[in-house]
Design a protein around this ligand. Structure first.
Ligand SMILES: Nc1ncnc2c1ncn2[C@@H]1O[C@H](COP(=O)(O)OP(=O)(O)O)[C@@H](O)[C@H]1O
Ligand SMILES: [Mg+2]
Length: 326
């Protein structure tokens, strides 16, 4: 890979929880190339959003809960001062799951799209130009939005406005956190196509968070599979889909898609806490759900290692290609 745009080493994020602390992200390392799209997948509570927010320095709590290195363009983001952080805000943007709640409901749409540019100190004429261009890129126009506020638009339109707001800053990297999960199925494809087109047209690097593997497959070059805050497998999209090495990845691929996302079972935080305690005792966090677990899985925590299939998996018994039915 050429020099990575984003370089993350040993990122850990802990939340205080009662008397103990809870590791939401545990020793995660990621390199993202300048035009690469990396998918982050894993069940609810596995730490996807926390990773996305951490790499954009958007976590809503003290930095002391975060450890590890995050470099952007080879410069440490963790040590960035206010001016550097402001410049970074133009280079890296986030698209959230629920666009409406990321908007100030009292603002007019053109103000919402222009807000980041104003913060960056862009001049009035250029702001107007860039807002028009960004709206056009997402299939909208100033005359469609003029004087109107977020509640006057559908979820899909709001997400397109949120994408316009991000693109207006001409970022190099976009973190998309379940960007279509809250939308009607009928508009999901439209927003996904838009993100895919924008990625190519703008040569964007992307971290694409989703619990939907089909969505990730359609947009990403590589995939990192998270389980309880740790990457258990990472590799090219084709490797992960055609020859998954980690039993958990197999479980995800085998899961029957539920048409209504709201019907999905959300694991309770309590379960995650219990399992993370298990992990502190040593061994593999997935072993209690793993059909291939052996004694060693309870004693020794598997580290990410390159498998004979080419991807990296954190498993004592990575699945051989032969075990995967076509
Ligand atoms: N602000 C917070 N305070 C305390 N715990 C949090 C906070 N944000 C997330 N968590 C916990 O961290 C874990 C990972 O959450 P998250 O990153 O949102 O997972 P995902 O996006 O994969 O569903 C969850 O157990 C969640 O309850
Ligand atoms: Mg999330």
């Amino acid at each position: 890979m050429t020099a990575p745009l984003l370089h993350v080493r040993n990122l850990s994020v802990t939340f205080p929880r009662g008397r103990q602390s809870f590791k939401a992200v545990d020793d995660v390392s990621i390199d993202l190339g300048p035009t690469e799209a990396l998918g982050l997948v894993g069940e609810s509570g596995s730490g996807k959003t926390t990773i996305g927010r951490a790499v954009l320095r958007l976590l809503p709590f003290a930095e002391r809960n975060v450890s590890g290195e995050i470099d952007f363009h080879g410069r440490p983001l963790t040590a960035a001062k206010a001016a550097e952080l402001k410049a970074f805000r133009a280079q890296a943007q986030m698209v959230f799951q629920d666009p409406v709640s990321s908007f100030n409901p009292r603002r007019r749409i053109e103000e919402i799209v222009a807000e980041g540019l104003r913060i960056q100190g862009v001049g009035k004429t250029e702001i107007a130009e860039r807002v028009d261009t960004a709206l056009a890129e997402v299939g909208m126009s100033r005359s469609m939005v003029e004087g109107r506020r977020p509640h006057q638009f559908s979820g899909g339109q709001c997400q397109r406005i949120a994408i316009a707001r991000a693109l207006a800053l001409r970022p190099e990297m976009l973190v998309c956190d379940e960007p279509v999960a809250s939308l009607d199925v009928s508009v999901q494809a439209r927003v996904l196509n838009l993100l895919r087109d924008m990625r190519r047209a703008r040569s964007l690097a992307m971290i694409f968070i989703s619990h939907d593997l089909a969505v990730v497959r359609s947009i990403c070059d590589r995939i990192a599979v998270l389980y309880m805050g740790r990457i258990v497998e990472i590799g090219d999209v084709r490797q992960i889909f055609e020859r998954p090495a980690h039993p958990y990845t197999r479980t995800l691929l085998d899961a029957v898609p539920v048409p209504d996302a709201r019907a999905k079972v959300v694991p309770s935080p309590e379960r995650a806490v219990r399992a993370s305690r298990l992990e502190e005792e040593g061994g593999c966090a997935f072993r209690t759900r793993c059909p291939f677990a052996q004694d060693i899985c309870a004693r020794v925590r598997p580290e990410l290692a390159t498998t004979p299939l080419g991807q990296q998996a954190a498993c004592h018994f990575p699945l051989p290609a032969a075990a995967v039915p076509a």
